[in-house]
Ligand binder design. Structure first.
Ligand code: MTE
Ligand code: MO
Length: 540
């Protein structure tokens, strides 16, 4: 629609001078109204993004709503989305919420054509939702969250009203399209440009400011004090007796960058070790608080420990093996004095996540620890910097609290960790499992000597034997790597002289107590998958 193709909107006097033409009031064009609503929503969201850059206590409104989804969605759906989208699941959630908000904004814009109050009420409702979500989000401050959501809603309302006020809603000749006066048109697109700029620039600014909250520099400082060059590429550690040179096998020690990542945090908590402390609370003789320096000055234990997620499917990748150092958990608990009847140890993170396990396990001599390093470096932020729990033999969801802030002693009955009411078993010992890394399922390899290889784990019980079978009946012993500890996985390899043709291979492991993996396939819920990993490949 251009000014030259259409008559300019007549002024009031002109209109009255042409009374003979039948006139009607045309509603605002739908697309313009939708654009106005969309931009109002974009500007509102961007306002929240900018404010979130000022403090971790002000969560992005989108992240706040995302956390509600994460917390309230049934565990099965979360698992399904992790399986389907992998680690990009969170990015998709954030994008999904942002796009949904823009669409709702567009709808509010359209609805405001006939009733301008709809937009005001809609954006106010937006603000209430955002404020509620943000104020109950991890690490957030209530007042600041409500302030952020309120300001965002006001920006949305103002932008929408400014835009709608400049759209043509006036008498025009019957049959003609509603038209813009040139000045009106300029004003409209001026505000469109401004709002679009704020939406994009504000979102970018928020991101940039949030990067300033990162604690990488503090982590680098600690790394330097450990003699680690933070600028150097992460080194992959090779241990003696490994099978690391078998092509395609998982390295004996998983590089931290490749270590699987599972948590509920939409933004990784940025915890400054200088102000961080951890408390031991609850059923103890004396509650104690430890700073990072306190822990770093104590005796450090080192152990190679395999950590697995209960959601790991047979043959899946949600498992890794790292070298952890830290302070033994039993030492810390004995300092506090565990009281009679304190049957559960609960780890709580700075963002409120919890996981609990039997006190018995913490005190049975295994090297459970408050870990400060992973593979020789301070914990990566995403793996729980500055401190996390690592308990050999237990799935992560009951034990491996990242960004640890509190260890609480309670009874088994009195408290359930985060995943327990969401359909997961209260006890979480890691089941014995084995995986074929190579050949990859469904691939073709040259006929002749073929290394069939992978890893097997039974943390705390150790792995004593790994076998492969081509018919599920006859089993052949695989060669094992050294065992870095009874809590670590072992690599295995079976040298197979593959005749041309199709092959199906299954693997099974036996733990140090003589128990062999069951062939029975069970789902990951509620307490971990069972069954033999089986793959097919072709030799030709
Ligand atoms: N604070 C916090 N700690 C957490 C979780 C979490 O969501 N929040 N997830 C747990 C789960 S389910 C697993 S499997 C392990 C994964 O640890 P990783 O991400 O370092 O591999 O962390 C555990 N610790
Ligand atoms: Mo997990």
């Amino acid at each position: 629609m251009t000014d030259t193709a259409q008559p300019s909107a007549p002024s009031a006097s002109e209109t009255s001078s042409r009374p003979s033409v039948p006139e009607t009031t045309k509603p605002i064009p739908v697309l313009h109204a939708a654009l106005a609503g969309l931009l109002a929503a974009g500007a509102a969201l961007a306002t929240g993004e900018v404010l979130s850059g000022f403090s971790q206590k002000i969560p992005s409104l989108v992240v706040g709503v995302g956390e509600i989804f994460t917390d309230e969605t049934p565990g099965g759906v979360v698992r399904w989305s992790i399986d389907t989208f992998g680690t990009s699941q969170k990015t998709l959630l954030i994008w999904g919420i942002s796009i949904a908000a823009l669409i709702v904004g567009a709808i509010l814009g359209i609805a405001s054509r006939t009733n301008p109050r709809t937009g005001v009420i809609g954006f106010a409702a937006f603000g209430l939702l955002g404020g509620w979500a943000a104020s109950r989000a991890a690490l957030s401050n209530n007042a600041l969250s409500w302030f952020s959501a309120g300001l965002a809603a006001i920006v949305g309302i103002v932008v929408l009203r400014l835009l709608l006020a400049r759209l043509p809603l006036k008498a025009v000749p019957e049959g003609a399209n509603p038209v813009f006066a040139t000045s009106q048109r300029r004003a409209f697109f001026g505000i469109v440009g401004g709002a679009a700029f704020w939406a994009v620039f504000g979102t970018g600014l928020g991101r940039a400011l949030r990067r300033g909250q990162n604690v990488e520099a503090a982590r680098d400082q600690i790394a330097a004090s450990l003699g680690v060059d933070p600028a150097a590429a992460p080194t992959s550690v090779t241990l003696p007796g490994s099978l690391d040179d078998v092509p395609g096998i998982s390295p004996l020690v998983t590089p931290s960058d490749n270590f699987y990542l599972i948590d509920t945090a939409l933004r990784k908590p940025q915890v400054d070790p200088a102000t961080w402390s951890m408390k031991i609370t609850g059923m103890v003789d004396e509650e104690i608080e430890f700073t990072y320096d306190d822990l770093a000055a104590m005796d450090q234990v080192e152990e190679v420990i395999t950590l697995s997620c209960v959601s790991n499917e047979v043959g899946g990748g949600l498992v890794g093996n790292a070298i952890w150092t830290g302070v033994r958990l039993d030492t810390l608990l004995n300092m506090a004095g565990v009281q009679e009847g304190a049957t559960q140890v609960v780890g709580r993170s700075v963002d409120g996540w919890t996981g609990g396990f039997p006190t018995e396990i913490a005190l049975d001599g295994r090297p459970a620890m408050v870990a400060l390093t992973m593979n020789g470096e301070p914990l990566p932020v995403k793996h729980g910097f500055p401190a996390r729990l690592v308990v050999p033999g237990l799935y992560g969801y009951v034990s491996a609290t990242k960004w640890l802030s509190e260890i609480q002693l309670t009874t088994w009955e009195d408290f359930d960790g985060y995943w327990i009411p969401r359909g997961w078993s209260k006890e979480g010992p890691i089941k014995t499992q084995s995986r074929i890394d190579v050949p990859a399922n469904g691939t073709t390899v040259p006929a002749g000597p073929t290394a069939i290889a992978g890893v097997a784990w039974a943390p705390h019980r150790s792995v004593s034997k790994v076998e492969v079978s081509f018919d599920g009946d006859t089993w052949f012993d695989a060669r094992l790597s050294d065992e870095p500890s009874s809590n670590a996985w072992r690599q295995w390899v079976y040298e197979f002289d593959a005749p041309a043709g199709d092959h199906v291979v299954a693997v099974r492991a036996t733990d140090g107590e003589g128990n062999t993996q069951t062939p029975e396939r069970t789902a990951v819920a509620p307490d971990g998958a069972t069954g033999w990993h089986t793959i097919a490949f072709r030799a030709q």
